[in-house]
Design a binder for this molecule. Structure first.
Ligand code: SF4
Length: 339
Protein backbone atom coordinates (compact mmCIF):
# COMPACT_ATOMS: atom_id res chain seq x y z
CA UNK A 1 0.00 0.00 0.00
CA UNK A 2 1.17 3.47 -0.89
CA UNK A 3 1.39 6.15 1.75
CA UNK A 4 -1.20 8.84 1.12
CA UNK A 5 0.24 12.34 1.10
CA UNK A 6 -2.05 15.39 1.12
CA UNK A 7 -0.93 18.30 -1.03
CA UNK A 8 -3.48 20.85 0.13
CA UNK A 9 -6.82 19.43 -1.02
CA UNK A 10 -5.17 16.94 -3.41
CA UNK A 11 -4.25 13.41 -2.33
CA UNK A 12 -1.23 11.59 -3.75
CA UNK A 13 -1.03 7.82 -3.42
CA UNK A 14 -4.80 7.37 -3.21
CA UNK A 15 -5.13 5.54 -6.54
CA UNK A 16 -5.95 8.34 -8.96
CA UNK A 17 -3.23 9.92 -11.08
CA UNK A 18 -2.82 13.64 -10.41
CA UNK A 19 -1.85 15.96 -13.28
CA UNK A 20 0.63 18.70 -12.55
CA UNK A 21 2.55 21.31 -14.47
CA UNK A 22 4.90 24.18 -13.83
CA UNK A 23 4.73 27.89 -14.61
CA UNK A 24 7.37 29.60 -16.73
CA UNK A 25 6.52 33.14 -15.70
CA UNK A 26 8.75 35.24 -13.43
CA UNK A 27 7.24 34.21 -10.11
CA UNK A 28 7.53 37.63 -8.50
CA UNK A 29 5.44 39.00 -11.38
CA UNK A 30 2.34 38.07 -9.43
CA UNK A 31 -0.18 39.04 -12.09
CA UNK A 32 1.44 36.91 -14.82
CA UNK A 33 2.03 33.98 -12.51
CA UNK A 34 -1.54 33.98 -11.19
CA UNK A 35 -2.85 34.21 -14.75
CA UNK A 36 -0.75 31.24 -15.85
CA UNK A 37 -1.65 29.11 -12.83
CA UNK A 38 -5.33 29.78 -13.55
CA UNK A 39 -4.83 28.88 -17.20
CA UNK A 40 -3.11 25.62 -16.23
CA UNK A 41 -5.85 24.80 -13.73
CA UNK A 42 -8.52 25.49 -16.35
CA UNK A 43 -6.76 23.12 -18.74
CA UNK A 44 -6.81 20.38 -16.10
CA UNK A 45 -3.75 20.78 -13.87
CA UNK A 46 -4.54 19.76 -10.29
CA UNK A 47 -1.23 20.95 -8.86
CA UNK A 48 1.04 23.72 -10.14
CA UNK A 49 4.71 24.21 -9.31
CA UNK A 50 6.46 27.56 -9.43
CA UNK A 51 10.19 28.31 -9.28
CA UNK A 52 11.25 30.25 -6.22
CA UNK A 53 14.74 31.53 -7.04
CA UNK A 54 14.82 34.36 -4.50
CA UNK A 55 13.18 35.86 -1.42
CA UNK A 56 11.04 38.27 -3.46
CA UNK A 57 9.48 35.33 -5.31
CA UNK A 58 8.93 33.55 -2.01
CA UNK A 59 7.08 36.55 -0.56
CA UNK A 60 5.00 36.81 -3.75
CA UNK A 61 3.63 33.34 -3.03
CA UNK A 62 1.26 34.66 -0.39
CA UNK A 63 -0.84 36.43 -3.00
CA UNK A 64 -0.32 33.73 -5.63
CA UNK A 65 -1.61 31.05 -3.25
CA UNK A 66 -4.62 33.19 -2.31
CA UNK A 67 -5.56 34.06 -5.87
CA UNK A 68 -5.28 30.62 -7.49
CA UNK A 69 -7.58 27.58 -7.40
CA UNK A 70 -5.04 24.74 -7.07
CA UNK A 71 -2.36 23.87 -4.50
CA UNK A 72 0.96 25.56 -5.25
CA UNK A 73 4.32 23.79 -5.02
CA UNK A 74 7.49 25.81 -4.49
CA UNK A 75 10.56 24.66 -6.40
CA UNK A 76 13.64 25.44 -4.33
CA UNK A 77 17.34 25.07 -5.02
CA UNK A 78 20.47 25.68 -2.91
CA UNK A 79 19.18 27.78 -0.05
CA UNK A 80 16.68 27.13 2.72
CA UNK A 81 15.65 30.77 3.05
CA UNK A 82 13.20 30.98 0.10
CA UNK A 83 11.77 27.60 1.14
CA UNK A 84 11.08 28.79 4.66
CA UNK A 85 9.41 31.99 3.41
CA UNK A 86 7.41 29.98 0.86
CA UNK A 87 6.15 27.62 3.55
CA UNK A 88 5.21 30.50 5.84
CA UNK A 89 3.35 32.05 2.91
CA UNK A 90 1.10 29.10 2.31
CA UNK A 91 2.54 26.74 -0.33
CA UNK A 92 1.24 23.18 -0.20
CA UNK A 93 4.46 21.37 -1.07
CA UNK A 94 8.18 22.03 -1.42
CA UNK A 95 10.29 20.45 -4.14
CA UNK A 96 14.00 20.16 -3.46
CA UNK A 97 16.91 18.54 -5.24
CA UNK A 98 19.10 16.98 -2.54
CA UNK A 99 22.11 17.30 -4.82
CA UNK A 100 22.17 21.05 -4.64
CA UNK A 101 21.32 21.65 -1.00
CA UNK A 102 23.67 20.95 1.91
CA UNK A 103 22.59 19.11 5.05
CA UNK A 104 22.30 22.24 7.18
CA UNK A 105 20.04 23.97 4.65
CA UNK A 106 18.02 20.78 4.16
CA UNK A 107 17.55 20.36 7.88
CA UNK A 108 16.17 23.92 8.16
CA UNK A 109 13.68 23.22 5.33
CA UNK A 110 12.61 19.90 6.85
CA UNK A 111 12.04 21.49 10.25
CA UNK A 112 9.81 24.17 8.74
CA UNK A 113 7.91 21.61 6.63
CA UNK A 114 7.19 19.54 9.74
CA UNK A 115 6.05 22.62 11.64
CA UNK A 116 3.60 23.64 8.88
CA UNK A 117 2.74 20.08 7.78
CA UNK A 118 4.01 20.71 4.25
CA UNK A 119 5.15 17.67 2.25
CA UNK A 120 8.51 17.59 0.49
CA UNK A 121 9.17 16.20 -2.94
CA UNK A 122 12.67 14.87 -3.34
CA UNK A 123 13.49 15.21 -7.02
CA UNK A 124 16.76 13.56 -7.97
CA UNK A 125 17.69 14.39 -11.55
CA UNK A 126 20.39 12.48 -13.38
CA UNK A 127 21.91 15.69 -14.72
CA UNK A 128 22.56 17.17 -11.29
CA UNK A 129 23.92 13.98 -9.76
CA UNK A 130 27.00 13.20 -11.80
CA UNK A 131 28.17 10.37 -9.53
CA UNK A 132 24.93 8.45 -10.10
CA UNK A 133 25.56 6.27 -13.12
CA UNK A 134 22.80 3.65 -13.15
CA UNK A 135 19.01 3.81 -12.78
CA UNK A 136 19.32 1.78 -9.56
CA UNK A 137 21.77 4.29 -8.14
CA UNK A 138 19.32 7.09 -8.95
CA UNK A 139 16.49 5.26 -7.19
CA UNK A 140 18.57 4.32 -4.15
CA UNK A 141 19.84 7.86 -3.85
CA UNK A 142 16.27 9.26 -3.77
CA UNK A 143 15.34 6.78 -1.06
CA UNK A 144 18.51 7.59 0.92
CA UNK A 145 17.44 11.21 0.86
CA UNK A 146 13.96 10.26 2.06
CA UNK A 147 15.57 8.38 4.96
CA UNK A 148 17.67 11.41 5.77
CA UNK A 149 14.53 13.58 5.87
CA UNK A 150 12.80 10.99 8.07
CA UNK A 151 15.78 11.10 10.45
CA UNK A 152 15.39 14.88 10.54
CA UNK A 153 11.82 14.35 11.76
CA UNK A 154 9.44 14.49 8.77
CA UNK A 155 7.89 11.75 6.66
CA UNK A 156 5.44 13.42 4.28
CA UNK A 157 7.55 12.76 1.23
CA UNK A 158 7.04 12.29 -2.52
CA UNK A 159 9.86 10.92 -4.65
CA UNK A 160 11.02 11.47 -8.23
CA UNK A 161 14.02 10.19 -10.19
CA UNK A 162 14.21 11.77 -13.60
CA UNK A 163 16.53 11.58 -16.55
CA UNK A 164 16.02 12.77 -20.11
CA UNK A 165 16.50 9.20 -21.29
CA UNK A 166 13.31 7.13 -21.58
CA UNK A 167 14.74 3.69 -20.75
CA UNK A 168 16.83 4.98 -17.86
CA UNK A 169 13.87 6.84 -16.36
CA UNK A 170 11.54 3.84 -16.63
CA UNK A 171 14.11 1.54 -15.02
CA UNK A 172 14.83 4.00 -12.22
CA UNK A 173 11.14 4.31 -11.36
CA UNK A 174 10.62 0.54 -11.50
CA UNK A 175 13.37 0.13 -8.93
CA UNK A 176 12.11 2.98 -6.80
CA UNK A 177 8.60 1.56 -6.85
CA UNK A 178 9.95 -1.75 -5.51
CA UNK A 179 11.88 -0.23 -2.65
CA UNK A 180 9.53 2.47 -1.33
CA UNK A 181 5.93 3.10 -0.33
CA UNK A 182 6.16 6.85 -0.85
CA UNK A 183 4.04 8.23 -3.72
CA UNK A 184 5.96 8.76 -6.94
CA UNK A 185 6.00 11.84 -9.14
CA UNK A 186 6.81 10.51 -12.61
CA UNK A 187 8.08 12.12 -15.79
CA UNK A 188 11.19 12.85 -17.78
CA UNK A 189 13.38 15.84 -17.24
CA UNK A 190 14.31 18.00 -20.22
CA UNK A 191 12.17 15.81 -22.46
CA UNK A 192 12.49 18.23 -25.35
CA UNK A 193 10.37 20.24 -27.72
CA UNK A 194 6.67 19.80 -28.18
CA UNK A 195 6.57 16.92 -30.66
CA UNK A 196 9.54 14.77 -29.72
CA UNK A 197 9.24 15.60 -26.02
CA UNK A 198 5.66 14.38 -26.14
CA UNK A 199 6.65 11.10 -27.80
CA UNK A 200 9.34 10.49 -25.21
CA UNK A 201 7.07 11.44 -22.31
CA UNK A 202 4.21 9.32 -23.62
CA UNK A 203 6.47 6.26 -23.80
CA UNK A 204 8.12 6.80 -20.41
CA UNK A 205 5.05 7.89 -18.44
CA UNK A 206 2.73 5.57 -20.37
CA UNK A 207 4.94 2.51 -19.73
CA UNK A 208 5.09 3.25 -16.03
CA UNK A 209 1.36 3.89 -15.72
CA UNK A 210 0.59 0.62 -17.52
CA UNK A 211 2.66 -1.14 -14.85
CA UNK A 212 0.72 0.65 -12.12
CA UNK A 213 3.64 2.92 -11.24
CA UNK A 214 3.16 6.63 -10.59
CA UNK A 215 0.86 8.85 -8.54
CA UNK A 216 1.32 12.23 -10.16
CA UNK A 217 2.60 13.09 -13.63
CA UNK A 218 4.31 16.02 -15.18
CA UNK A 219 4.94 16.07 -18.90
CA UNK A 220 7.95 18.35 -19.25
CA UNK A 221 7.89 20.13 -22.62
CA UNK A 222 9.84 23.02 -24.09
CA UNK A 223 6.56 24.73 -24.97
CA UNK A 224 3.69 26.64 -23.41
CA UNK A 225 3.02 24.69 -20.17
CA UNK A 226 -0.68 24.44 -21.03
CA UNK A 227 0.45 21.96 -23.68
CA UNK A 228 1.98 19.86 -20.91
CA UNK A 229 -1.42 19.59 -19.28
CA UNK A 230 -3.15 18.59 -22.53
CA UNK A 231 -0.42 16.03 -23.15
CA UNK A 232 -0.77 14.62 -19.63
CA UNK A 233 -4.53 14.28 -20.13
CA UNK A 234 -4.02 12.48 -23.44
CA UNK A 235 -1.52 10.08 -21.90
CA UNK A 236 -4.02 9.20 -19.17
CA UNK A 237 -6.70 8.68 -21.82
CA UNK A 238 -4.46 6.56 -24.05
CA UNK A 239 -3.53 4.18 -21.23
CA UNK A 240 -7.19 3.87 -20.19
CA UNK A 241 -6.91 5.67 -16.86
CA UNK A 242 -9.28 8.40 -18.01
CA UNK A 243 -12.26 7.04 -19.91
CA UNK A 244 -14.41 10.15 -19.76
CA UNK A 245 -13.72 11.62 -23.16
CA UNK A 246 -14.70 11.28 -26.80
CA UNK A 247 -12.25 9.05 -28.65
CA UNK A 248 -12.23 9.39 -32.41
CA UNK A 249 -10.76 6.33 -34.05
CA UNK A 250 -10.06 6.74 -37.74
CA UNK A 251 -8.47 4.70 -40.49
CA UNK A 252 -5.14 5.83 -41.92
CA UNK A 253 -6.72 6.20 -45.43
CA UNK A 254 -5.55 4.37 -48.55
CA UNK A 255 -6.42 4.03 -52.23
CA UNK A 256 -9.91 2.80 -51.28
CA UNK A 257 -10.76 5.96 -49.34
CA UNK A 258 -14.02 7.54 -50.50
CA UNK A 259 -14.46 10.47 -48.10
CA UNK A 260 -12.37 13.15 -46.42
CA UNK A 261 -11.41 10.99 -43.43
CA UNK A 262 -8.70 13.35 -42.17
CA UNK A 263 -10.89 16.46 -42.28
CA UNK A 264 -13.92 14.73 -40.78
CA UNK A 265 -11.98 13.00 -37.97
CA UNK A 266 -10.28 16.27 -37.03
CA UNK A 267 -13.57 18.13 -37.10
CA UNK A 268 -15.36 15.63 -34.85
CA UNK A 269 -12.39 15.63 -32.50
CA UNK A 270 -12.47 19.44 -32.31
CA UNK A 271 -16.24 19.59 -31.72
CA UNK A 272 -16.04 17.05 -28.90
CA UNK A 273 -12.70 17.97 -27.30
CA UNK A 274 -14.21 19.24 -24.06
CA UNK A 275 -16.82 16.52 -23.66
CA UNK A 276 -16.36 14.40 -20.59
CA UNK A 277 -18.46 11.37 -21.42
CA UNK A 278 -17.05 8.13 -22.80
CA UNK A 279 -17.93 7.82 -26.51
CA UNK A 280 -15.95 6.09 -29.25
CA UNK A 281 -16.61 7.32 -32.79
CA UNK A 282 -15.11 5.68 -35.89
CA UNK A 283 -14.36 7.52 -39.12
CA UNK A 284 -13.50 4.96 -41.79
CA UNK A 285 -12.73 5.68 -45.42
CA UNK A 286 -14.55 2.79 -47.12
CA UNK A 287 -17.15 0.12 -46.58
CA UNK A 288 -14.76 -2.73 -47.48
CA UNK A 289 -13.11 -2.79 -44.06
CA UNK A 290 -14.80 0.12 -42.34
CA UNK A 291 -17.55 -1.44 -40.24
CA UNK A 292 -15.70 -4.65 -39.40
CA UNK A 293 -12.56 -2.89 -38.28
CA UNK A 294 -14.35 -0.48 -35.98
CA UNK A 295 -16.59 -2.89 -34.09
CA UNK A 296 -15.52 -1.43 -30.74
CA UNK A 297 -16.92 2.01 -31.60
CA UNK A 298 -20.29 3.24 -30.38
CA UNK A 299 -21.01 4.53 -33.86
CA UNK A 300 -19.31 5.83 -36.93
CA UNK A 301 -19.20 6.20 -40.67
CA UNK A 302 -17.84 4.00 -43.44
CA UNK A 303 -17.35 6.07 -46.59
CA UNK A 304 -18.94 5.32 -49.96
CA UNK A 305 -18.55 7.11 -53.28
CA UNK A 306 -21.72 9.25 -53.03
CA UNK A 307 -23.49 7.81 -50.00
CA UNK A 308 -21.91 6.47 -46.81
CA UNK A 309 -22.95 3.98 -44.17
CA UNK A 310 -23.66 5.24 -40.68
CA UNK A 311 -23.30 2.37 -38.24
CA UNK A 312 -24.06 1.93 -34.57
CA UNK A 313 -22.74 -0.78 -32.25
CA UNK A 314 -21.29 -2.66 -35.24
CA UNK A 315 -24.59 -2.68 -37.19
CA UNK A 316 -25.63 -0.62 -40.19
CA UNK A 317 -28.04 2.10 -39.08
CA UNK A 318 -28.66 3.98 -42.35
CA UNK A 319 -26.99 5.43 -45.41
CA UNK A 320 -26.68 9.18 -45.97
CA UNK A 321 -25.41 11.44 -48.72
CA UNK A 322 -21.75 12.25 -48.15
CA UNK A 323 -22.66 15.88 -47.54
CA UNK A 324 -24.79 14.74 -44.55
CA UNK A 325 -22.22 12.58 -42.74
CA UNK A 326 -21.11 15.24 -40.28
CA UNK A 327 -24.67 16.08 -39.24
CA UNK A 328 -25.55 12.42 -38.87
CA UNK A 329 -22.61 11.89 -36.52
CA UNK A 330 -23.41 15.06 -34.55
CA UNK A 331 -27.00 13.82 -34.11
CA UNK A 332 -25.73 10.51 -32.74
CA UNK A 333 -23.38 12.31 -30.37
CA UNK A 334 -26.29 14.44 -29.08
CA UNK A 335 -28.41 11.30 -28.68
CA UNK A 336 -25.67 9.65 -26.63
CA UNK A 337 -25.18 12.72 -24.44
CA UNK A 338 -28.89 13.07 -23.77
CA UNK A 339 -29.11 9.40 -22.88
S1 SF4 B 1 -10.91 1.54 -43.84
FE1 SF4 B 1 -10.91 1.39 -46.08
S2 SF4 B 1 -10.16 3.38 -46.73
FE2 SF4 B 1 -9.60 3.19 -44.61
S3 SF4 B 1 -7.54 2.36 -44.66
FE3 SF4 B 1 -8.94 0.64 -44.42
S4 SF4 B 1 -9.29 -0.04 -46.50
FE4 SF4 B 1 -8.40 2.01 -46.67
Amino acid sequence: MKKIINIGKVKLGAGNIVIQSMTNTITKDIESTVAQVKELAKAGAELVRVSVPDKESAFALKEIVNLTPVPIIADIHYSSEPAIIAIENGVSKIRINPYNMNKKELSAVVKKCAEFSVPIRVGVNKGSAKDLKTPRELAVSALDCAHLIEDMGWDKIVLAVKSSDVRETVEAYRTLNEITDYPLHIGLTEAGTEKYGLVKSAIAIGSLLLEGIGDTIRVSLTANPVKEVYAAKQILQAVGLDKNFVEVVACPTCARTQIDVVGLAEKIEKITENYTIPIKIAVMGCTVNGIGESKGADFGVAGGKYRSVIFKNGEKLKTVNNSEIENALIELIAEKING
